[in-house]
Design a protein. Structure first.
Length: 248
């Protein structure tokens, strides 16, 4: 009888150490896509829920601002080149006059210095023009990786602003399960601990690994967030799906 009671007590103790947490699937590589330049949106090539490939154009903005900067850079370059041509002509003429002692060496040296300074300005103007021309590629905002569009906050005709998220892209190759665990149960877990993972809606049952314990407790519920990595088993798993994590 004592042995039976001991076995029952041990079983109850083991059951008490099994903890099931509710959580959801998240992407651990979610990006806020924004444009580098301000401009009106001319085309949007994606929609919410759509899978996109790395390098795919998500949306485009107009080029008026860059066109204006390019024209200014071209005008500056042309001005410096014209001035340089004139100075070089004068320099060659003054060198000939110097040989005949009709001008001073000081005047020739001044023209040589002016030519050098203008050559430097030409190089700077060329670099500026190249910089502006390189900006054209940023008018077409592309996906930095494969993923699924989970939010689209931009429409054709709207103004795209630098730093304002236009599209939210979730990487489906780096999914995890996020769950919260009570402060009193933190002793049951540690980094690298194996846990049971289930996503009931698509029948996924697998073993996961605790990869993160976020040491920032919720002051209202006294819970900590954990992240669990898992294999999708070739199932179509998406961020937001309900999941459970069972800890033994």
């Amino acid at each position: 009888m004592k042995k039976l009671l001991l076995i029952l007590a041990l079983g109850a103790s083991l059951m008490a150490e099994t903890l099931t947490l509710s959580g959801s699937v998240i992407s651990d590589n979610q990006k806020m896509i924004t444009s580098r330049f301000m401009g009106f949106v001319t085309n949007v090539n994606t929609s919410e829920g759509e899978k996109v490939k790395k390098g795919q154009v998500l949306y485009s903005i107009d080029s008026r601002e860059i066109d204006s900067a390019k024209r200014q850079a071209e005008l500056s370059l042309q001005m410096y080149e014209n001035q340089y041509t004139n100075v070089r002509l004068n320099l060659e003429r003054y060198k000939r006059l110097l040989q005949k002692d009709m001008v001073s060496k000081y005047e020739v040296e001044n023209l040589e210095l002016a030519a050098k300074n203008l050559q430097d300005m030409i190089n700077i103007a060329k670099a500026r023009l190249q910089e502006v021309e390189n900006q054209y590629k940023y008018l077409h905002v592309k996906a930095p990786n494969n993923g699924v569009v989970v939010a689209k906050n931009i429409k054709v005709g709207e103004m795209a602003m630098p730093g304002m998220p236009a599209i939210v892209l979730s990487d489906l190759s780096d999914l995890k399960i996020s769950a919260e665990i009570a402060e009193s149960n933190l002793n049951l877990i540690h980094h690298g601990k194996k846990v049971k993972v289930e996503i009931p809606s698509i029948g996924v049952k697998t073993i996961g690994t605790i990869t993160a314990i976020i040491p920032n407790s919720n002051p209202m519920t006294h819970t900590f967030k954990i992240k669990v990595s898992f294999k999708t088993l070739n199932k179509s798993v998406y961020p937001g799906m309900y999941a459970t994590v069972t800890i033994n």
